[in-house]
Design a protein around this ligand. Structure first.
Ligand SMILES: *Cc1c(COP(=O)(O)O)cnc(C)c1O
Length: 349
């Protein structure tokens, strides 16, 4: 079989281009000189707009990427002897090269299982019961990912239960929202309903996977947590000197609900892809498709043949679960091409 040109449509939301609105905003911001280090009008407007969207007074900071957002946010609330409860499949555990542990100077991650990428509170409870004294460490935060690493979405009630658990154990609730937009698009609720109203203390709000080139926000709903956070960001090398080039594209996302439109588009593409794979090729879909990821269970020979056709995608769980990610830029045509290739290969074996 010949090797076709590489096709990155379903590899990651990061293989997608910058969305047109963000690109136009970048160009507009490039027209003139402007104040540096966040003293520009775009940065001020993004912070204001975030307060409007969340309908609360909150503190907003920019960093370059999601790993820095999570690690610095957790470092802000944790001493080195603290610990953070998180799901065993969470990005902070498996995809950040130990950055949360590094930036906290040693806070331990306490791993909890749970179906579909969501924390099982019974397991979390059992872990808390074991931490009761000086010789272990002191749990300080519980971190949830919304939407989860397995493409599912916590309901408002599920987050409220996490919030209640956190209140009971005196923990702060951190939300890794690298795909927060996708979760809001699915739940069709006000952002406040799944954040500060249900005890989420601070949120890493992702823009990169939603359509900007770089830049994530850290939003502290509990404003007192943000004390001197600007110094932490600067020390970590995460304060953008030409901040307007992060902020202007973000402003474009937050104008006219482009962030939600991009997320709805991505989610709809994933639903369509999953439906077609299930119905037309009888592919087993491993997890509920509630955001923009589709996890498929396929034999290795089929994967090899798809890769020979140029399709790039990652194995996620051994032995046979692979992730197909739909960004805002995935079209019906892309889906049709992939389904046709898979159908052709599946019937030829
Ligand atoms: C992509 C992602 C991040 C951020 O990753 P970076 O590559 O550091 O930007 C954080 N959390 C989750 C769940 C992600 O999927």
């Amino acid at each position: 079989m010949s090797t076709d040109a590489a096709r990155y449509k379903f590899t990651s939301d990061n293989t997608a281009p910058i969305c047109p609105e963000a690109w136009a905003a970048l160009q507009e911001a490039n027209n003139n000189e402007a104040p540096s280090y966040g003293d520009d009008r775009w940065t001020a407007r993004v912070c204001e707009r975030v307060r409007e969207i969340f309908e609360t007074d909150c503190e907003v900071f920019f960093v370059f990427n999601g790993t820095a957002a999570n690690a610095l946010a957790l470092a802000q609330v944790c001493q080195s002897f603290h610990s953070v409860i998180c799901h065993e499949r969470s990005h902070i555990q498996s995809d950040e090269c130990g950055a949360p542990e590094f930036f906290t100077n040693g806070s331990k991650l306490l791993l909890v299982g749970g179906a579909n990428g969501k924390i099982d509170l019974v397991e979390a409870e059992a872990i808390m019961a074991k931490q009761g004294e000086l010789h272990s460490h002191k749990p300080r935060a519980i971190s949830i990912t919304q939407a989860t690493e397995l493409g599912t979405v916590y309901s408002r009630d599920e987050i409220a239960a996490i919030g209640e658990f956190a209140r009971h154990w005196n923990l702060l609730v951190h939300m890794d929202g690298a795909r927060f937009a996708n979760a809001i698009a699915t739940l069709d609720c006000a952002p406040k309903e799944i954040t500060w109203q249900v005890d989420v203390g601070f949120l890493c709000f992702g823009g990169t996977k939603n359509g900007v080139g770089a830049g994530e926000l850290i939003v502290f709903f509990k404003k007192e947590l943000a004390h001197e956070f600007d110094y932490r960001v600067k020390q970590a090398g995460q304060l953008a000197s030409k901040m307007r080039f992060l902020a202007a594209p973000w402003m474009a996302l937050l104008t006219d609900d482009v962030w939600l439109r991009n997320a709805r588009q991505a989610n709809a593409a994933a639903r369509k892809l999953a439906d077609r794979l299930r119905n037309e090729v009888k592919i087993d879909i491993a997890f509920p498709v509630e955001s923009n990821a589709v996890f498929i269970r396929v034999p290795e020979n089929l994967v090899r043949d798809l890769r020979a056709r140029g399709w790039h995608f990652y194995k996620f769980i051994e032995p046979d679960v692979y992730r197909l990610m739909c960004a805002w830029s995935v079209t019906d045509n892309d889906i049709a091409e992939f389904v046709a290739d898979l159908r052709g290969l599946a019937t030829s074996v």
